[in-house]
Ligand binder design. Structure first.
Ligand code: AMP
Ligand code: MG
Length: 405
């Protein structure tokens, strides 16, 4: 196969601005207005391509959809198998590595002119150890079978060898940072949900000069219709959603496995917290449910929490299934960028706000980790000030209680 062009940080293309978050984008005609921070009265008219990130978005959608197909196949076999117990981590490992390899190979194939940097969760170290030959063969076959469904093995010259697979996985070991472009991938976000047969996501985003400019979330088990007030969706619900967003262009959703037209989505417009519902991690080990419950009761939220795994929460929020997301990991946990990059832009382009518990925007420019003031919260513009106050009060109460112990 052709050599894989990863690990180098690509420069921003000419059709984008360094201060992308500040430009207003008018898709038709192809003109945008850029107001400079340093001289607010100075307005420049510049012609930009309405197709900014179009090629990258096509590649990202294809990569995430194909990786999701691989994950679906593994999850189906896992759930049908009488032999593999649900605590067996090996199917997850196969799917994690396989998904990462597929995304890496598809990006490489679709963005041939640009070397790329990929910050992803997995690396091949364990697969290179003695005794890993069987699992390596299994993953390679799975990836080859998945690429063959899109005729991509032909495009990649020939069937992948195990060495090709290891190289593709290791494309994801970039460190990220504030300069240039970095793709960011969680090949299976919500591993525990994946094992339970519940929600998980393939989450792929693109950072440019430390800012998120593109995000795609493939959520194979998320119903196409709202999950509001209906955590246990009926079996007749169609499932499988693909959310995508590019900076300044809004958020869209389409069925994961069909060519139907995407629809534009918006976050909930609820202004009264009593009418809001909130999302949190299914796993109590990932987020403090007690703290969320205290915040929700201060706000007057009446609905019980909606607990689901993975960045599927960000997808569901972007279309208004719920109005608030609360995430408060236990002390000492450091959030990774791949758990939030894609979800954050999917929500913000749909009109939502994503901040840390102190109200600061998330900073994805610091490498693999997010430096956070306790927790991550999401809401619409109207609810955010009330939410921030409730968060502040609840944290203060909690600290007071623990200092008096
Ligand atoms: P969620 O289902 O929203 O809790 O998110 C799943 C993600 O949480 C996983 O992909 C992990 O990267 C991340 N995670 C793993 N352990 C923890 C932890 N102790 N606290 C918070 N998040 C975690
Ligand atoms: Mg994750």
């Amino acid at each position: 196969m052709s050599s894989i062009n990863c690990f180098r940080t690509a420069k921003a293309p000419l059709h984008t601005f360094a201060s992308v978050s500040r430009f207003r984008y008018s898709p038709n005609p192809i003109v945008s207005v850029l107001r400079r921070k340093s001289s607010p009265s100075f307005v420049t008219l510049r012609v930009v391509s309405s197709m900014a990130y179009e090629k990258e978005l096509d590649a990202a959608k294809k990569a995430a959809s194909l990786a999701a197909r691989l994950c679906q196949k593994v999850q189906k076999a896992l759930l049908q198998s009488d032999v593999q117990s649900k605590s067996d981590k090996s199917p997850v490992t196969v799917a994690d590595y396989g998904s990462q390899a597929v995304v890496s190979l598809v990006l490489e194939r679709e963005l041939t002119s640009e070397p790329f940097s990929l910050v992803a969760e997995e690396d091949s170290a364990d697969l290179r150890k003695d005794g890993s030959e069987d699992i390596l063969q299994r993953i390679t076959k799975l990836v080859n079978d998945t690429l063959a469904t899109e005729d991509l093995t032909k495009a990649i010259d020939s069937t992948l060898t195990t060495d090709d697979l290891l190289r593709a996985i290791d494309c994801g070991t970039s460190e990220g940072g504030p300069n240039g472009r970095h793709w960011v991938l969680d090949p299976i976000d919500g591993t525990k949900g994946f094992l339970r047969g519940d929600q998980y996501a393939v989450a792929l985003g693109l950072l440019e000069e430390g800012k998120v400019v593109l995000g795609v979330l493939a959520c194979p088990n998320l119903p196409l219709t709202s999950i509001a007030g209906n955590k246990n969706s009926s079996s007749s619900d169609e499932i499988g959603c693909l959310f995508f967003a590019t900076i300044g262009s809004g958020t869209y959703m389409q069925p994961l496995d069909s060519k139907s037209e995407p629809v534009k989505v918006h976050v909930s417009s609820v202004e009264n917290p009593e009418e809001a519902s909130f999302f949190e991690s299914f796993e109590g080990a990932h987020s403090l449910h007690d703290l969320s419950s205290s915040i929700a009761s201060k706000l007057g939220v009446k609905a019980p929490p909606v607990r689901i795994d993975s960045q599927a929460k960000y997808g569901a929020l972007s279309r208004g299934d719920g109005a608030i997301y609360l995430r408060f990991p236990h002390k000492g946990y450091r959030e990774k960028i791949w758990d939030h990059v894609a979800g954050a832009i999917v929500v913000t382009e749909a009109g939502g706000i994503v901040t840390d518990a102190g109200g600061k925007p998330l900073d994805f420019s610091k490498g693999k980790y997010l430096d956070l003031d306790t927790g991550i919260i999401v809401a619409n513009e109207k609810l955010m000030p009330l939410l921030l106050k409730a968060v502040r009060d609840s944290i203060a109460e909690q600290e007071k209680a623990s200092s008096s112990l």
